[in-house]
Design a protein around this ligand. Structure first.
Ligand SMILES: C[S@@+](CC[C@H](N)C(=O)[O-])C[C@H]1O[C@@H](n2cnc3c(N)ncnc32)[C@H](O)[C@@H]1O
Length: 312
């Protein structure tokens, strides 16, 4: 597994977006292979500091080894970045000069076939947990959620138009045998989607995305966390967020908009009574997308959208 690599997406744009200072303090919520963190530490030398989180022990272990040349300047915490407030408090940090989130899974999680993230390995167990200590996994969802719950997550998180029939077929199949492998689920999905609609990527793509989002609670609390992060920047500090599907991008866009919105009082009022103040300047009016060169060498970058904002 050690030869699995994660190529950081839009590395230059992210790092430029952070406007690093040599004595700044930064937060990377999604450490992964440590690609973005490495550049943050390198380009904020000699005194820049970094706090980073990941849910995955393997990510923390690997990045600790990879970034050891910067020992003393970073703190890695195995935690959910959504516990940002608590982590800040525990480390006695009030504000950061830059925050980065590179959402979703890393290539080494996807490519480690044993972890069940990919629909490409039929033998893998239906797992999909970023955090191996978590209780909920894809097998539990597929075998224990009701038909209507399954339909709802496939529909909402996978935007799968055949969510109803996939859910029904899962429920019918599991009455006979527990569904434990990627292959069993692929087979059910394949039988649920009419042939003529099987050409928009792999038929399992959307259902697997939905399951992964549900297993890891990827969208839960994201909006509130982005608001909190935006408010926890020093003046001039930047927040840089990479998303990989429209559901998370919409949440980030909405949170940035909320932070950017100034007083919402009726214009006829002589003074502001709402107290709402503009807190950030959105730097990317439209999200940045990867160049053709990058998408040619890193297919993960194809769906990436980068949004950047600055604390005012
Ligand atoms: C796309 S990768 C990040 C790659 C990293 N930027 C790099 O350059 O190597 C996403 C990582 O974030 C982690 N992750 C996803 N959601 C998380 C969350 N809510 N809290 C902490 N870590 C999370 C995943 O386990 C994965 O390792």
């Amino acid at each position: 597994m050690d030869n699995l690599v994660h190529i950081p997406v839009m590395l230059e744009s992210c790092i430029e977006g952070l406007k690093l200072k040599d004595n700044g303090i930064y937060f990377d919520g999604t450490l992964g292979g440590g690609g973005h963190s490495y550049e943050i530490l390198k380009r904020s030398s000699p005194n820049g500091k970094l706090v980073a989180t990941d849910l995955d022990d393997y990510a923390i272990e690997r990045a600790t080894e990879r970034l050891k040349e910067f020992n003393g300047r970073f703190t890695f915490v195995k935690d959910n970045f959504k516990n940002f407030s608590k982590i800040k408090e525990e480390l006695n940090i009030e504000k950061f000069d830059g925050i980065i989130l590179d959402l979703g899974v890393s290539s080494f999680q996807l490519d480690d076939r044993k972890r069940g993230f990919s629909y490409l390995d039929g033998n893998a167990r239906l797992d999909m947990r970023m955090n191996k200590d978590a209780k909920l996994d894809a097998e539990k969802i597929v075998n224990e959620y009701s038909e209507s719950e399954l339909k709802k997550i496939f529909n909402e998180y996978g935007e799968e138009r055949f969510s109803g029939i996939i859910a029904r077929n899962i429920v019918n199949n599991r009455k006979i045998n527990r569904i434990t492998t990627v292959g069993q689920l692929n087979e059910i999905i394949l039988k649920s989607i009419p042939k003529k609609f099987q050409h928009d990527g792999h038929p399992s793509k959307r259902t697997f995305q939905a399951l992964r989002i549900e297993v890891n609670g990827e969208l839960n609390g994201l909006y509130e966390t982005v608001l909190d992060m935006g408010r926890s920047l020093n003046k001039g500090g930047r927040i840089v967020i990479l998303t990989f599907h429209s559901l998370e991008d919409r949440i980030v866009k909405k949170a940035f908009k909320e932070l950017e919105t100034d007083c919402i009082c009726d214009k006829s009022l002589p003074i502001c009574v709402c107290g709402k103040k503009k807190e950030i300047e959105i730097i990317t009016k439209h999200p940045i997308i990867a160049s053709e060169e990058e998408t040619a060498i890193n297919s993960r970058s194809k769906s990436a959208k980068l949004r950047i904002a600055e604390k005012i």
